[in-house]
Design a protein around this ligand. Structure first.
Ligand code: TYM
Length: 330
């Protein structure tokens, strides 16, 4: 793996992994895994910024691990591990907390959105500090590239700001990472409300296709997905629903939207949705089947995660030490 640029990314083990996570992030990770030295993390410390039932969290952590493997991440090519098992994440987050500013964290839209729902006063300090932990995740490995969906762009900007600021204050320590955001699939919208992002925390399962949903559930959700007025299968700003479905189609099969538009000219929404459902079922069925098979053997999953954590700790240690030294903590 030597000489390759480093990639870091992660998924929170909260709620259900969905098609947005797959098309915006996981699918891309698999396609680049031979090109880079990869660190794919299950960010369990991020998950607890909102209250979690410990029993459910334990299961969700394994579920994410199973999905990572089921989509095609290979522990021989990528380091797959849990964030909480590498203490450097939390340690570096503290150093970066002392470099980050209250003003810049207050401007993070994801915090503002989430805090608005429950009231900012009642939000946990962890939720507020979430982007600093995310910066620590990435900088701890001196990652060059961070493949994520569009919703993480602002967090990546903050990561870059913190890396530059730390380097400016204490001397060159961290690589300033670049986001890697796809053209198609980086922003999958909810099926029942195409002006909202498809989200794990959505209260209505009709809005998202979970990666572990069975074929009939997938078909039903796509059949019931909201459509726009008119009948033409074309992407346009005044047709957010069909634009989203076209994006899902294109990202799932790896084709361009205009090609698909041409194919469905004059065919109407019904035929398009029917085909889309089959394409998504075909894409997800092998993932679901493999994930369930892996979940039958939790010990093997735990072993893979522990082996990954050991490798991650080795890479992270000297980078954390260098940050300590630069700050005068050696
Ligand atoms: P999370 O767990 O919300 O989502 C995991 C990945 O899926 C992408 N994603 C989407 N892509 C397209 N359409 C959607 N509707 C959609 N919803 C989610 C996300 O952009 C993400 O790439 N903060 C991160 C986790 C994290 C992380 C990191 C990521 C923690 N530390 C360091 C990268 C590097 C998050 O909550 O992702």
């Amino acid at each position: 793996m030597q000489g390759k640029q480093r990639v870091f990314s992660g998924v929170q083990p909260s709620g259900n992994l969905h098609l947005g996570n797959y098309l915006g992030a996981l699918k891309n990770w698999v396609s680049i895994q031979d090109l880079y030295e990869n660190y794919f993390c299950i960010v369990d410390l991020h998950a607890i910024t909102l209250p979690q039932d410990p029993k459910v969290l334990r299961q969700k952590i394994r579920e994410v691990a199973a999905v990572y493997l089921a989509v095609g991440l290979d522990p021989g090519k990528s380091v797959i591990f849990r964030q909480s098992r590498v203490s450097g994440h939390a340690e570096l987050a503290w150093l970066l907390n002392c470099v980050a500013k209250v003003g810049e964290l207050s401007r993070m839209t994801q915090f503002k959105d989430k805090a608005q729902k429950g009231g900012a006063e009642a939000a946990s300090v962890g939720l507020y500090d979430y982007p600093v932990l995310m910066a620590a995740d990435i900088l701890l490995y001196n990652a060059h590239l961070v493949p994520v969906g569009e919703d993480q762009r602002q967090h990546l900007e903050l990561t870059r700001t913190l890396a530059r600021r730390f380097n400016g204050l204490y001397g060159e320590t961290f690589i300033v990472p670049e986001p890697m955001i796809l053209e198609v699939g980086a922003r999958v919208m909810a099926l029942d409300e195409p002006t909202n992002k498809m989200s794990k925390s959505s209260p209505t399962p009709a809005g998202y296709i979970a990666l572990l949903d069975g074929p009939d559930v997938v078909r039903r959700k796509i059949r019931r997905a909201k459509t726009d007025s008119g009948t033409e299968v074309i992407a346009s700003p005044d047709k957010p629903a069909i634009t989203n479905l076209l994006g899902i189609y294109a990202a799932t099969v790896g084709r361009l939207v205009p090609e698909i538009e041409a194919e469905y000219e004059g065919k109407g929404y019904g035929a398009f949705k029917k085909d889309l459902a089959e394409i998504v079922v075909e894409g997800l069925s092998p993932v679901r089947e493999k994930a369930y098979a892996l979940l039958n053997n939790p010990r093997e999953l735990d072993e893979i995660l522990e082996a990954g954590a050991q490798r991650a700790r080795e890479v992270a240690r000297p980078i954390l030490h260098s940050a300590w030294t630069k700050m005068g903590l050696d």
